[in-house]
Design a protein around this ligand. Structure first.
Ligand code: F3S
Length: 394
């Protein structure tokens, strides 16, 4: 892999051990995936910020990196951590809270923006055509497919290294030929609700594995529905982008090799498979995976109206602190119902089991996919309307 003089000097340790380690991570990855060089990135987005998902092992390394006074070289954002500053921080065990706060300080010391969201594109939209080094799978699919930016699905360490060096290996879908669709997907089912799009994503993720699809038959989906599709696609498979109908950037240079047809029963079956409980009384109703947009917060506030959350369950609406700040009027209305607007985290990356939550109802196929393993909870997948109907008193 070619390195310019400056990159070589970093690699050789002339700028200190921290930059050297980061450069070595990038070069190793580049060599593994056949990159010929490094390319500058507009931004980096780091995952593995939640102590629940990160664990103890990398903390000493991260601390040493921050102690070495290494700072990020580009706009760099953070995925959700395990706490929110208002509600959960008071309810979780002190030792977990303490370690999570320490982790946050480490990242902040390195100059990361305190975004704590899986939707960094609502904080700052990447430039169309820009190269990024993002590690949150749902954001990677959104950036590539909806925003027209270019990013591989980075791991936590490689996104961190890219943030500090400001570059990433030029491989994978940083190259135009690797962004071509390989499978034509014909959706014959009528998809209306966000949960249908999530179910489509789960179904396709399993079928496609890592092959990029061109999806036809979607009827004017909102950006939020496409967000659900992408998040689910990246959960059950390794797909990092999709093309869809008129949004397809250009005609494929080759005929797609395979064709997949999606019928209504495939969507229904995916929803049923993701529902592991028949309870009518979930402990938690969770909206906001991926984190809600401003438009979603407004829609939820309007749907809640003057109703109140039932006493025997919790309703969490998760979003970024950035969107919450912009949505003050709607936030007040939602919180007046007894629902909790949770920022900086989500139900999946916090310890819901330590809060006594055994069943989670959600409109997110991604959450339903992960809840049994990451939350040790039963899941119920339903539309936003059904979730709110369950959570609110008549
Ligand atoms: Fe975001 Fe948590 Fe879902 S990090 S994508 S809300 S699992």
């Amino acid at each position: 892999m070619y390195l310019n003089r400056e990159e070589e000097r970093i690699y050789d340790g002339e700028y200190g051990w921290a930059k050297q380690v980061c450069m070595k991570i990038l070069v190793k990855l580049g060599e593994l995936f056949g990159a010929s060089r490094l390319i500058p990135v507009e931004s980096a987005h780091v995952s593995g910020v939640s102590y629940k998902t990160l664990g103890d092992a990398p903390i000493d390394f991260l601390e040493a990196l921050a102690e070495s006074c290494e700072k990020v070289a580009v706009e760099a954002t953070l995925n959700p951590q395990s706490l929110d500053p208002k509600h959960l921080i008071r309810r979780l065990p002190e030792n977990l809270v303490k370690t999570q706060l320490k982790l946050c300080q480490i990242f902040e010391k390195m100059g990361f923006r305190t975004s704590y969201t899986c939707t960094p594109y609502y904080v700052k939209k990447p430039t169309k055509g820009a190269h990024l080094a993002w590690a949150e799978s749902s954001a990677v699919v959104y950036a590539n497919s909806i925003l027209g930016a270019w990013t591989n699905r980075e791991g936590g360490p490689s996104a961190l290294a890219a943030a500090i060096i400001g570059k990433t290996p030029d491989c994978g879908i940083h190259n135009a030929e690797n962004r071509e669709p390989k499978v034509m997907v014909e959706v014959r089912a009528t998809l209306e609700r966000e949960v249908d799009y999530g179910a489509l994503g789960i179904f396709l993720g399993k079928v496609l594995e890592d092959k990029i699809p061109l999806i036809t038959g979607l009827k004017n989906p909102t950006l939020e529905k496409l967000k659900q599709l992408g998040a689910a696609l990246a959960s059950s498979g390794m797909v990092n982008m999709f093309h869809y109908d008129s949004a397809t950037p250009k005609t494929p240079t080759q005929e797609p090799l395979e064709k997949v047809v999606v019928e209504a029963r495939n969507i229904q079956e995916a929803i049923e498979e993701l529902t592991t409980t028949s309870t009518q009384k979930p402990d938690l109703i969770f909206i906001g995976c991926p984190h809600c947009s401003l438009r979603e917060i407004r829609e939820i506030a309007e749907k809640i109206g003057d109703k109140k959350v039932r006493r025997d369950m919790e309703l969490w609406i998760c979003t970024s602190r950035h969107v919450k700040d912009k949505a003050r009027k709607h936030v007040q209305r939602i919180e007046a119902s007894g629902a909790k607007i949770i920022t900086d985290t989500c139900a999946v990356v916090t310890w819901t089991d330590k809060l006594g939550i055994k069943t989670i109802m959600t409109n997110s196929a991604k959450t339903a996919h992960y809840a049994p393993t990451l939350n040790k909870a039963e899941a119920k997948l339903a539309s936003l309307e059904e979730c709110l109907k369950t959570a609110l008193k008549e």
